[in-house]
Structure formats: structure tokens, C-alpha cells
Design a protein around this ligand. Structure first.
Ligand code: MN
Length: 440
């Protein structure tokens, strides 16, 4: 089984767009990408509606729908995308997503007869603001990087870093959906209970060990009925697409509260997603094989399939940058802290979907999973400051002389994601960023 089974004319590397900026090598939104967001003109009172990124432009899907040049399922899909959330479109399922992608690809390609009409449906990306792409009904955070699980486990439990269930169960917990916001905002440093290891009693105050988590966000498209499981061979048909996800974490609050039921207020104060959802279909050229070390337990049958072995992983390079208050004041560029790849995940997206529903739990369109912090095998591939600073004991040095163990007020954290492969046109995820404000 190869990627070719997933590819169609929309992935053709020769395809170029009449939107010239989409053809510039290295741009994140070539015609092969076509990710979805909810947007409007910045500072306006326009209705939010669906948009697709093409080069440095957004194709306004409500305007495209009104143009009347599309028909059939694609036109029905555009009608769903004209709303202020993508849930209805996501619920339409794979055939509708694919039909719209094919129609948009044709219409935006060089030589399209739709060029004249669609030119009027373009908005410059620099002039827009985004909303959440959908109503996120439920958010589940997984823990799929064994490198992260092991190094974090060492800090919380030096004698017992990786718990015995890790290699059998895709570990997750139910997160808080209401505090997920779209990129570009800010949030106040959380306050809460913490207890220093040497203290006899906990104290209350602003978090002192504020961290980011470099994650991939996974959006459920068509859901499943309560009581029915999604089998692994059908799992990816239920995944609309992926985004970048920063799952902010208060490590000192987490350390005190997390036993026995897991993290609670240490995670629920803020999470931030990138505005663009890159569809599973756009990611097809970047699917890759998934393997399980032969010395580890092999997945139980419900988490095992030939397709998952052949193409279950996503080759996405992930990067974290930090821009401090001082850097902004001196007009210095953000500094790269680390990078990792979603390929290194211990569990695949399909396994997450299947495991989540194996008990009959129903997923709904717009539900989101966090992949868990994506750390690679090398120390410099750590997806959190907890790991990079060795739990605060080894400050990270920045080029301007500043250091960080954990985040300080005014810090802006930026995450990026790219897919590159020989024979395919590279695509990007845009970015997710948000700034830490002082505690109230
Ligand atoms: Mn997380």
C-alpha cells in the first residue's frame, strides 16, 4: 500500500493557480493545500464565514457560493461553509469534503473559466481576523509521544517514569473546550494552588511554572452514534483535518492537583489553535508508515490494521518559537526553541479515534483531540519548557542574553508546522501564537 492509493488530481505537483502568490516556492498555501478557516475582514462587523487559503489570499466561501458557478455536492458544501462555523460542513462527511476540494482546485487552477468571478471573492490574508473554525463540543487530550511521556514521567516519578499501561492504551483525558481560543490573542497567567516539595502546606497565587505544549489538533468530521464504535479501517474517514495546537500548562498547579484523577485547572485556563485546518486529504502525500518496536507490546487487534501500518503516520515538522517582551522592544526576531515531527508519535490518529470510540462513546462533528505534546527522541526535540529546562533546573539561554526556565509575562509563543516530501509540493499550517499577560 502506498500513498498513491490516497492521491488524486488535486495533489498533482504540476498544478498551479491563477492566484500568483500561491505559486511562489516555499509559500505555505499552494493550490495543493486549500485549508479551511472562519474569517472576516479585520475590525469589521461583517459576519464570520468560511474561507480557504490560497497563497496570501483567502477565498471567501460565502461569496463563492453566491457566485453561482459551483453545482451539486460542491455547491451544497459551500452553502454549509457560508455559516459562522464549519460544523455542518464537517458533518457532511468525506465525499462532500472531497467534492468541494476538487471543485475549488479546478476553479483556482490556471486556465479556469471561473477566474473572473472568483477574483472578486478574494480577501488579502493580512486584512482578515479569524474565529474558531468550529464549535468545539468536546476536547480530548491524548499523550501519544512516548519521548514526552518518558521525560515528563521522570520529573514527576523518577523511579517509575513510564506507567505500565502506556504501551497498551492510547492514554488521554477529557479536556476543557470552552477555553480554547484561536491564534493571535493573549491570556492572563493563571492562579491556583501549588505546593513546593519542601513546603508543609500548599499556597495560593500566580502560577510560577507556566509552560507551552507543542501539539497537533485533530478535528472530527462525521461522528458516530452513541453505542457504536469506529473501527480502525474507517477511523480516518471521520477525521476532517489537523491544525497546530498549544496546550498551555501550569506545571506547579499540575504537580499538586494531578493525582489521582489527572490534570484539571493546570490545563483548563487556556489552549490556543491555529486558524487553518489542513484537511486529511491535503495531507495524503505526507502520510507515512507506522511501526511499533518489536520489543514492545504490539497493538491489540482493535488498534491494528494493514493500512495503519502502511500509512498511519503524518510527516509534519513542528517548530516552537519564543518572542519575549525585550525582543519585541528591540525589534528582534522570535527565537526557535525546538522542533519535532508528528511521525515520532507512539500512537496514530486512527488509533486515537478507534480507541476513543471502542467503548461506544460518540464523537461529534467539530470535536477536537490534542495529540499530546510532541517531543522527539533527542533532547533538542522537546515540545515543552519542562523538558527543555529539565524541570527548571537548566535555564534555556536566548541569543539576547535572556534565559527561561518557564514562561514570563509578555512572552509570545509561536508554533509552526510544515510538510515536505520529494515529489510533492510542500504545504504549511500557518501559525499559532498567543501572549502571556500578568496574573490578575
Ligand atoms: Mn496537552
Amino acid at each position: 500500500m502506498s500513498n498513491h492509493s490516497l492521491l488524486n488530481e488535486t495533489h498533482d505537483p504540476q498544478l498551479t493557480s491563477w492566484v500568483e502568490s500561491a505559486n511562489v516556492p516555499g509559500n505555505e498555501f499552494p493550490i495543493q493545500n486549500l485549508p479551511f478557516a472562519i474569517f472576516r475582514v479585520k475590525g469589521s462587523s461583517e459576519n464570520f464565514r468560511g474561507g480557504v487559503a490560497i497563497g496570501d489570499q483567502v477565498l471567501d466561501l460565502a461569496a463563492a457560493q453566491a457566485s453561482g458557478i459551483f453545482e451539486g455536492i460542491a455547491q451544497q458544501a459551500l452553502a454549509a461553509c457560508s455559516k459562522d462555523q464549519l460544523n455542518d460542513f464537517m458533518a457532511m462527511g468525506k465525499e462532500a469534503w472531497s467534492s468541494l476540494r476538487a471543485a475549488l482546485s479546478k476553479a483556482l487552477a490556471v486556465g479556469s473559466s471561473a477566474q473572473a468571478q472568483l477574483t472578486n471573492c478574494l480577501v488579502v490574508q493580512a486584512d482578515v481576523e479569524y474565529a474558531l473554525p468550529c464549535r468545539i463540543g468536546d476536547y480530548t487530550d491524548f499523550y501519544t509521544s512516548i519521548h514526552h511521556a518518558t521525560s515528563v514521567g521522570k520529573k514527576f516519578r523518577p523511579d517509575n517514569p513510564l506507567l505500565p499501561n502506556y504501551k497498551w492504551v492510547p492514554i488521554g483525558y477529557h479536556g476543557r473546550a470552552s477555553s480554547i481560543e484561536v491564534s493571535g490573542g493573549s491570556f492572563k497567567r493563571p492562579k491556583g494552588q501549588t505546593k513546593a516539595p519542601t513546603a508543609t502546606e500548599p499556597s495560593f497565587g500566580p502560577c510560577k511554572r507556566l509552560d507551552y505544549e507543542l501539539e497537533v489538533g485533530i478535528f472530527v468530521g462525521q461522528g458516530n452514534d452513541l453505542g457504536s464504535a469506529i473501527t480502525i479501517d474507517k477511523a480516518e474517514d471521520h477525521v476532517f483535518g489537523l491544525c497546530l495546537f498549544n496546550d498551555w500548562s501550569a506545571r506547579d498547579i499540575q504537580g499538586w492537583e494531578y493525582q489521582p484523577l489527572g490534570p484539571f485547572l493546570s490545563k483548563s485556563f487556556a489552549s490556543t489553535i491555529s486558524p487553518w485546518i489542513v484537511t486529511t486529504e491535503a495531507l495524503a502525500p505526507f502520510k507515512s508508515s507506522w511501526t511499533r518496536d518489536e520489543n514492545d507490546p504490539q497493538p491489540m487487534p482493535y488498534l491494528e490494521s494493514e493500512q495503519n501500518r502502511a500509512l498511519g503516520s503524518f510527516d509534519i515538522e513542528l517548530q516552537v518559537y519564543l518572542e519575549t517582551e525585550k525582543m519585541r522592544a528591540n525589534s528582534e526576531a522570535a527565537v526557535k526553541l525546538s522542533q519535532s515531527n508528528f511521525n515520532d508519535s507512539y500512537w496514530t490518529v486512527a488509533q486515537m479515534v478507534t480507541h476513543h470510540t471502542v467503548n461506544g462513546c460518540n464523537l461529534r462533528a467539530g470535536d477536537m483531540f490534542g495529540s499530546g505534546t510532541q517531543s522527539g527522541p533527542k533532547p533538542e526535540e522537546a515540545g515543552s519548557l519542562l523538558e527543555l529546562s529539565n524541570a527548571g533546573s537548566e535555564p534555556v539561554s536566548l541569543p539576547n542574553g535572556e534565559t527561561r526556565t518557564f514562561l514570563e509575562d509578555g512572552d509570545n509563543v509561536i508554533m509552526k508546522g510544515y510538510c515536505q516530501k520529494a515529489g510533492a509540493v510542500s504545504i504549511g499550517f500557518g501559525l499559532v501564537e498567543a501572549k502571556v499577560l500578568p496574573a490578575e
